[in-house]
Design a binder for this molecule. Structure first.
Ligand SMILES: *Cc1c(COP(=O)(O)O)cnc(C)c1O
Length: 357
């Protein structure tokens, strides 16, 4: 297996470390008893490249995506493992595709049950019955779960009915709602025999919420970023998978009092070298990043001034470098979580955004 690089017609360069991805998958495994693992690979595997990531995760028991089209791309790539689709089907045509490609959709609305009732497919599929235990996004209200279950149970084209929920605050382990959501889920699933369950995202896996569930759904931890604000990926023994590089294209000796960038809000406190790097928000570098860490020729320094569409400026005081040197925006040396924090967002958004460019 080889790592792959993607060079746009712009200066930015994404590299994906598949060995790091596999290392992170092993970290998920450390939290399993005999649970199955469905890596979550929605949004182009969080920007890392859907098919490359899937091929590297040969030990996965299945995969999780948000939308039907993502799952079909995997089937067409030859993946035969169980594929869960968290938003389920959106219309009769997509329901047919679930049967045709043997996909496992989440069911969260009565109109989906109605479409299923009308369906004449001779095949059968597994489904997830998605429950709202507190996330307030997709899922049946508790009072409606049993009626939904009975409709699915009496439908001959449905095999296994699994129960699924999602945490709203797993990234804050001490948050009261975590236990409340779990209690709610356990009370509800206790009403049925031999239930198949899926509850945990990365944060819930790392805090061992409900260890005895059937299917774990890790996303961000596989990509080597931390779901927690106060714990780094390195502390969690996760390795960064994506690196984003660009090039130092100018070194300017500016004088004390000279301004840098739009708005002129950064002003040189002394005579100093300022570097210009050929990456900007047009490449997915976050425009709101402020004072973020960055590495020029392997040395850590700081972003200064506002992020432009095609370039950023860096403080080169004390940095040994030349024009043409490599700049790491995030990757092995610079944590994507730190850059995200400096831009008041989360690593998820940065990774997805860059992967789109
Ligand atoms: C995105 C997603 C996950 C993965 O979440 P991470 O925080 O990235 O681990 C799990 N389950 C569902 C339903 C999701 O939408």
């Amino acid at each position: 297996m080889s790592d792959f690089k993607k060079e746009s017609h712009r200066g930015a360069k994404i590299s994906i470390d598949l060995a790091a991805l596999q290392h992170n998958f092993q970290q998920v495994k450390k939290h399993t008893i005999n649970n199955k693992i469905m890596p979550v690979i929605k949004a182009n595997a969080y920007g890392h490249g859907l098919l490359q990531v899937v091929d590297a995760l040969a030990d996965a028991d299945g995969f999780g995506v948000a939308q039907i089209a993502e799952a079909i791309a995997l089937r067409e790539h030859g993946i035969e493992k169980p594929l869960s689709v968290f938003q389920g089907f959106l219309n009769a045509e997509q329901l047919n595709l679930c049967f045709q490609f043997n996909l496992r959709p989440a069911i969260h609305q009565q109109w989906q049950l109605d479409l299923l009732k009308k369906n004449t497919a001779t095949a059968s599929i597994d489904i997830w019955l998605k429950i709202n235990t507190g996330m307030g996004r997709l899922g049946f209200q508790l009072a409606d779960v049993d009626a939904a279950y009975q409709q699915l149970h009496s439908n001959p084209s449905i095999n296994q009915i699994g129960f699924m929920m999602h945490f709203a605050n797993a990234d804050e382990p001490a948050h009261l709602s975590n236990q409340q959501q779990l209690e709610c889920f356990k009370n509800m699933t206790d009403n049925y025999e031999n239930t198949v369950t899926s509850v945990s995202n990365s944060a819930a896996i790392l805090t061992n919420l409900l260890p005895q569930q059937n299917w774990l759904r890790p996303g961000i931890m596989l990509y080597g970023a931390s779901p927690f604000a106060n714990k780094s990926a390195a502390q969690l023994q996760l390795k960064p998978v994506m690196s984003l590089h660009a090039e130092l294209i100018a070194i300017n000796q500016l004088q004390k009092g000279q301004a840098v960038g739009y708005g002129s809000d950064w002003v040189c406190p002394q005579d100093m070298p300022v570097g210009i790097v050929n990456i900007g928000y047009g490449d997915g570098y976050p425009r709101l990043a402020t004072d973020s860490p960055i590495a020029v020729n392997g040395q850590k320094c700081r972003l200064i001034g506002r992020v432009s569409m095609d370039s950023i400026a860096v403080d080169l005081r004390g940095i040994k470098c030349n024009c043409g040197d490599e700049v790491e925006c995030w990757g092995a040396q610079i944590s994507v979580d730190e850059v995200a924090t400096s831009a008041q967002t989360i690593s998820y958004e940065l990774l997805c955004n860059v992967g789109r460019h």
